[in-house]
Write a protein that binds this ligand. Structure first.
Ligand SMILES: Cc1cc2nc3c(=O)[nH]c(=O)nc-3n(C[C@H](O)[C@H](O)[C@H](O)COP(=O)(O)OP(=O)(O)OC[C@H]3O[C@@H](n4cnc5c(N)ncnc54)[C@H](O)[C@@H]3O)c2cc1C
Length: 423
């Protein structure tokens, strides 16, 4: 129901409208789904929720697989609060409105001679959603989106607008990865880099070949990542192109992206599969049209090879019905209090289950296996993290809690999922 009822928020809203995430594994029916057009309407909506005793969550692009968006109260959709608000070319900084989608950033930033330092497999997410969960690409020298956050203007749990910059490092480290629990991000400032072109190289090595060049590949490529395929069905589940007529079992779809020079009129642009050359932000995003349900865990980089071989064993000997590839990436450590990469260079391992199938025993076993490696988790992908584990795995967990409680003393932004972890 669309309404501008005087008892509701000033911004356009629906009542009791069902919401579903991209993967189709999370649903909610908020009392109000509100689509503010201005910062003032966002503030008004948060204050409305406080008056009505309703909880608030924000939805970005709905690309998380975890219950991080759900609320029975007010769901704020910031998809109209978009765009670049400022660029400092000398300091390589950009300011963006909180609802800006990653795919809206590349072109205008390029015009200023700048680019995002790294990106993930898609660019559909909102910038605030990506920051909230520690979204990342791959590259041992490249941090997550959260690690690039230098300043944020947000609405806290009292309905007040607050700015957190580098003069408030304690709060900034909490804000860098906060799963939406400090408040509503209206505007963010990111550290970016000089614009660059990328050359893609795709290969299909056997596992023995992957191991033979392990250290060199991680060290020498700007972006190195691979998807290891346990069966002939695996690659198609993620829509990965493979060489015609060649077996893929035990082999990987392997990506290497490195920076290249290109002439100013970009005559070298090439979109041939496997050898694309173009502006950085046109190379990173892939497709992923078919839904899947993904779990992603993070192990210390130095234990990565051992961990993936254990995971391969689990799939090949115990969960032979599971066909999605293992995606493997690297992320540089950062300083966010509950960032999964906090003070730890990381190797990323992700697996998926098929929507509609019972993959829970498999994912539980993956969790049990990787817990032995002190694995942390992607906050936007399926996980079995508990409060007790968090206290052990995040040395600065209590610092995070003190900031969260200061910014949201009455738990306006907590839902059942985040309350269990972060109350
Ligand atoms: C097909 C696919 C590919 C993916 N690829 C990658 C990848 O390559 N790398 C990777 O790391 N992850 C990846 N992900 C996961 C994804 O990046 C994260 O789940 C990300 O958080 C989704 O962003 P979103 O805008 O959809 O946020 P949502 O899922 O809508 O929200 C995520 C969190 O952000 C909060 N939030 C959103 N906006 C605001 C705001 N303005 N203020 C405060 N809080 C806010 C929400 O409340 C919620 O807690 C992928 C997911 C899918 C489905």
């Amino acid at each position: 129901m669309n309404s501008t009822h005087s008892a509701g928020p000033a911004a356009p809203f629906d009542t009791h409208k069902p919401w579903t995430n991209w993967g189709g594994n999370q649903t909610a029916t908020p009392a109000y789904t509100v689509r503010p057009r201005t910062d003032d309407e966002v503030v008004d909506t948060v204050r409305f929720a406080i008056r009505e005793g309703l909880q608030v969550r924000v939805v970005g692009a709905g690309h998380s697989f975890t219950p991080v968006v759900q609320t029975g109260g007010v769901l704020l959709d910031l998809s109209a609060i978009t765009g670049i608000t400022g660029v400092d070319t000398a300091r390589r900084r950009v300011r963006l409105r909180g609802g800006t989608a990653i795919h809206q950033i590349g072109d205008p930033l390029w015009e200023h001679g700048l680019a995002l330092a790294n990106q993930g497999d898609i660019d559909k997410q909102s910038i605030s959603g990506a920051i909230a969960t520690g979204t990342h690409g791959s590259g041992k020298d490249l941090g997550s989106f959260s690690s690039a956050l230098r300043w944020v203007r947000l609405i806290d749990g009292r309905g007040d607008i607050v700015e957190i910059g580098e003069d408030r490092l304690h709060e900034l480290r909490a804000a860098q990865t906060a799963i939406g629990t400090l408040g509503v991000f209206l505007e963010v400032e990111l550290q970016v880099v000089d614009r660059y072109y990328l050359q893609e190289q795709i290969t299909y090595p056997t596992w023995a070949e992957t191991k033979a060049t392990w250290d060199k590949d991680i060290a020498e490529n700007r972006h190195y990542s691979f998807l290891w395929c346990q069966s002939e069905e695996s690659a198609a589940l993620y829509e990965l192109p493979t060489p015609a007529g060649e077996a893929m079992s035990g082999r990987s779809y392997t990506k290497r992206y490195n920076a290249i020079d290109m002439d100013p009129d970009e005559r070298g642009v090439d979109h041939t599969e496997g050898q694309r050359r173009d502006r950085s932000y046109r190379i990173y995003p892939g497709g992923f049209m078919l839904p899947f349900h993904e779990l992603e865990y993070y192990v210390p980089a130095e234990r990565g090879l051992e961990a993936i071989e254990q995971l391969q064993d689990l799939i090949l000997h115990t969960h032979t019905d599971q066909k999605y590839p293992i995606e493997t990436r690297w992320v540089k450590q950062d300083e966010g209090y509950i960032s999964p990469f906090s003070h730890r260079d990381t190797m990323v391992l992700s697996v998926s289950g098929a929507p509609g199938s019972d993959y829970w025993l498999y994912l539980r076993d993956v969790d049990g296996l990787l817990a032995e490696y002190d694995a942390r988790v992607h906050w936007g992908k399926i996980h079995f993290m508990t409060r007790e584990r968090m206290e052990r795995l995040f040395p600065q967990f209590n610092q995070f809690l003190s900031v969260r409680r200061e910014f949201d003393p009455h738990g306006l932004f907590l839902n059942d999922h985040t309350r269990a972890l972060l109350a």
